[in-house]
Write a protein that binds this ligand. Structure first.
Ligand code: PMP
Length: 427
């Protein structure tokens, strides 16, 4: 039966399947960190539902919350009607938000995936500002629908200007550290101030406080604060995509907490549904320009997801699990960094809290090595770990560390356009 399931699904499903291609597992039971395959093998599940399982699989408080809805006779699907379950979820969520949003923010329930909420955020800021055009960053990932894809570097009709996201290891300016972050901020500032750039008054800026799919890159706190200042001074709504970073994973309940910034819009999904599909945006009241019917979607009222999500948010908050992620993550980072000192195929180990990535490289030239990462993932499978490898920023082809993809000095940049950076350069 086990072989048959694998065979039938691989012949009927599209070639776009990803995890199933590298992991020939048919999970039939799960608890905590462990999943058990139909063949009886047990795995430590490092995929963690792509970051949606803040409490692991089938946590008792989550199961209990789902059961209590099922046993109560409450409707499971209610579009966007008001319900006690939704009320409890919203209360729990608002108790965790940055202060301004918690006190007077608005919430919009979206179709239940992160990418839907990203689209909603784009539509919201375009409606509220009456402006067009968006700012996004190199290496970003915001989802698979048209607008979200455009912000992630894909082709689409949505006009997105790509700005440099700072990082040490493959600094777009070849300098790294605080200098690299300062250059990245100057690049953005000069683009916004240049009348000829055409991007002076975009509808919004979207940023991941820790880039996930782009290679686990925590934004430097000072840089993120600068992005907040630059956007606030110009009345450009700042959208924080916390789809992947939320609910304690990075060592703060929301990753914007590390820098202390308060975004105008937060895009939330994955773990907020306690392993079931749920996505929302929360935003400043002043942006609430929508009229009734302006944003709809059939599955905005999933009561099981809201109950599972409320239980998860409460458990993480009451048990201080963000702090625990910070402590455990620190220990894991230390251990992995020691390994990086021993193995020259490990380029860098980085992360925040328990959101941690290991970058594999070719020792000869330091170029990113998809093959080595895949080799490690395959060895993980043998050892009973489900691990995934990503091709890296922009889907692979990452340059060697220190490779300049932008001018190395003398901001504002204006001497040449670096790969991955679009939009007119500042004069
Ligand atoms: N934003 C970020 C930061 C993400 O990591 C993801 C998913 N990996 C998305 C948006 C899209 O979410 P979904 O896959 O639920 O559409």
């Amino acid at each position: 039966a086990y072989e048959g399931i694998l065979r039938r699904q691989s012949s009927r499903e599209s070639a776009a399947r990803t995890y199933a291609r590298s992991l020939p597992i048919v999970p039939v039971r799960a608890r905590g960190l462990t999943i058990e395959g139909a063949d009886g093998r047990r795995y430590l599940d490092c995929l963690s539902g792509a970051g949606s399982l803040a409490l692991g699989h089938n946590h008792p408080v989550v199961l209990e919350a789902i059961r209590s809805v099922l046993d109560s006779g409450a409707p499971l699907h209610v579009l966007d009607l008001a319900t006690p379950v939704k009320d409890a979820f919203t209360d729990e969520l608002f108790a965790t938000l940055p202060r301004g949003l918690a006190e007077s923010g608005r919430i919009q329930f979206c179709s239940p995936a992160g990418t839907d909420a990203v689209e909603a955020a784009f539509k919201l800021v375009r409606t509220a500002t009456g402006r067009d055009g968006l700012l996004a960053f190199t290496g970003a990932y915001h989802g698979m629908t048209e607008g979200a894809l455009a912000a992630s570097g894909g082709a689409s009709g949505v006009r997105v200007t790509r700005l440099p996201y700072p990082q040490d290891y493959r600094c777009p300016f070849g300098v790294g550290g605080e200098d690299g972050a300062r250059l990245a901020a100057r690049w953005t500032e000069s683009l916004l101030d240049d009348p000829k750039s055409g991007v002076r008054r975009p509808a919004g800026m979207i940023v991941e406080p820790v880039q996930g799919e782009g290679g686990v890159l925590p934004a430097p706190d000072g840089w993120l604060r600068r992005m907040r200042e630059l956007t606030a001074e110009r009345s450009i709504p700042l959208i924080a995509d916390e789809v992947q970073t939320g609910v304690g994973r990075t060592g703060a309940f929301w990753a914007v907490g590390h820098s202390g910034i308060e975004p105008d819009v937060m895009v939330l999904s994955k773990a907020i549904g306690g392993s079931l599909p749920l996505a929302v945006i929360v935003y400043r009241e002043a942006l609430d320009a929508w009229q009734p019917g302006d944003h709809a979607g059939t599955f905005r009222g999933n009561q099981l997801a809201m109950a599972a999500g409320a239980a998860t948010l409460r458990y993480v908050r009451e048990n201080g699990l963000a702090g625990r992620a910070a402590a455990l993550g620190g220990r894991i980072l230390d251990r992995l960094r020691r390994l990086a000192g021993e193995y020259d195929c490990i380029g860098e180990v980085r992360g925040a809290g328990l959101m941690i990535g290991i970058e594999f490289v070719e020792p000869e030239d330091g170029a990113g090595s998809v093959a080595r990462a895949q080799g490690v993932a395959a060895a993980g499978d043998e050892a009973g770990l489900t691990v995934c490898s990503e091709a890296g920023p922009e889907g692979g082809g990452v340059p060697a560390p220190g490779t300049r993809v932008g001018p190395a000095e003398g901001p504002p940049p204006g001497t040449g356009r670096g790969p991955g950076l679009d939009g007119p350069l500042p004069a």
